[in-house]
Ligand binder design. Structure first.
Ligand code: AOS
Ligand code: ZN
Ligand code: ZN
Ligand code: ZN
Length: 425
């Protein structure tokens, strides 16, 4: 299923005059403040976020799973879903695959399909947190950290297989998230677990093609509740440094203990040229994987302030790989992803409004009040007309959620696919 651009245009027409009025008002205010509207719109158009192949169906908790129906059951259908999201938002130009849940059968056909939806393949994700059919060894007591060399070798080989699959699709990076850890004190020798993990990551790193990057994700707890081997950004950074130049830390917004200053972590990593990947989501308590911007939009904005600063001032840091890593228990997953994309664009646009020169001057003058005024003036600006203008320019919908509903896309998917439930998790 593919969206006809004319249908989006027809829906946009109904919104156009109101949009124009809102946009003119905002553009006028921003130009007066010294912003260049065209440059802002161009940056918003260029900002693309990968959608993970596992986020297109209803997620589950350990208590149950409620399907939205019409969910994609094949990789082809998952690509179709991301294609729909991208047609409406024009900000989801990439898909991130999870192996083994999404191993392509016909690589050429899959590449062509993605291409026809204007999608590229971003980072591929390995899975050593579940036992795979036909695998001789279990990951019950860890994968890359395991005390048994045979288990480690199996996990290393799996990562190599994932790299080979990604390579055939044009991916250029591997994301490693490990569930490895201990649930009880005394279970692990911490030093042995860390050392094994380091050696395993080093072998995976060495096996990557020369133009590939390795992203090392960290997480303080879950599924292990006493310790995680790669528990925080410091451990991830240390391991990335032990691997080499093309190994980086990946920040997942949900992988921090409450009240952690994530924007400061982002800033430090970019200064050191080591922020490689990013997983967007939101949370109140832990790794809640809620819609981006649904709980702490101000934190998201402060994080974007550091990302924008880093992108402009840290040539030592590569352009990060952006991905949404959220899970949808009660909303239509496609609507939920669209809301996340909107929140990301909003935080990005607001961060772009911050007058960096004025802020630096205020900082040097120790004018703390003015520093806060400058930051919050940007945050309080309603930038939605700017985002809509970017959508219009790139051929998306002024209001993607409204368009998704008016076009009856979920009913169409259900009509085509029936009550199917997404494969994967
Ligand atoms: C798990 O908590 C991590 O966020 C992972 O990035 C991801 O959700 C998982 O790897 C799915 O494959
Ligand atoms: Zn993640
Ligand atoms: Zn997570
Ligand atoms: Zn998460």
């Amino acid at each position: 299923m593919k969206l006809d651009h004319n249908h989006i245009e027809t829906i946009n027409k109904k919104e156009l005059s109101q949009h124009q009025a809102d946009f003119d008002f905002l553009a006028n205010r921003l130009e007066q403040k010294g912003n260049h509207i065209n440059g802002l719109i161009e940056k918003l158009c260029a900002f693309q976020v990968a959608i993970p192949s596992w986020a297109l169906g209803a997620g589950g908790t350990r208590f149950g799973r409620f399907s939205t129906k019409g969910e994609p059951s094949t990789l082809e259908q998952k690509i179709e879903d991301v294609g729909l999201i991208h047609s409406l938002t024009k900000t989801a130009g990439a898909i991130s695959l999870h192996i083994p849940w999404d191993v392509p059968k016909d690589y050429k056909a899959i590449k062509e399909l993605a291409d026809s939806h204007d999608l590229i393949f971003d980072a591929v994700n390995s899975n050593t947190f579940q036992d795979q059919k036909n695998s001789p060894f279990s990951y019950k007591f860890g994968s890359l950290c395991n005390t048994d060399q045979k288990v480690r070798e199996q996990a290393i080989q799996h990562n190599m297989d994932v790299i080979a699959i990604g390579d055939k699709l044009g991916s250029k990076s591997l994301t490693v998230w490990l569930a490895d850890g201990a649930s009880f004190p005394g279970q692990h020798n911490f030093q042995a677990a860390l050392t094994n993990t380091q050696y395993s990551l080093q072998s995976i790193y060495k096996s990557m093609p020369q133009d590939w990057k390795l992203f090392i994700e960290y997480k303080p707890y879950e599924p292990n509740f006493y310790s995680t081997v790669i528990q925080d950004w410091g451990t991830s950074l240390m391991l990335a440094n032990e691997c080499g130049e093309r190994a980086y830390t990946l920040v997942d917004l949900g992988h921090h203990l409450p009240n952690t200053n994530i924007e400061q972590i982002v800033s430090t990593l970019m200064l050191k040229g080591k922020l490689g990947g990013f997983h967007f989501n939101d949370s109140k308590y832990g790794d809640d994987d809620l819609t981006v911007g649904s709980i702490k939009p101000y934190s998201l904005f402060l994080i974007f302030n550091e990302l924008v600063y880093g992108m402009e001032n840290n040539p030592q840091n590569p352009y990060p790989a952006w991905m949404i890593d959220a899970s949808h228990n009660i909303k239509d997953p496609l609507e939920d992803i669209i809301q996340s994309l909107e929140a990301i664009q909003e935080a990005y646009a607001k961060a772009l409004l911050i007058d960096q020169n004025k802020l630096r001057e205020a900082q040097l003058n120790y004018d703390v009040t003015l520093c806060q005024e400058i930051i919050q003036d940007a945050f309080r600006t309603d930038v939605r007309p700017l985002i809509a203008a970017a959508k219009i320019r790139s051929g998306g919908a002024i209001n993607p959620i409204k368009a998704y509903r008016e076009l009856g896309l979920r009913s169409k998917l259900i009509a085509k696919r029936g009550n199917s439930v997404a494969s994967g998790l």
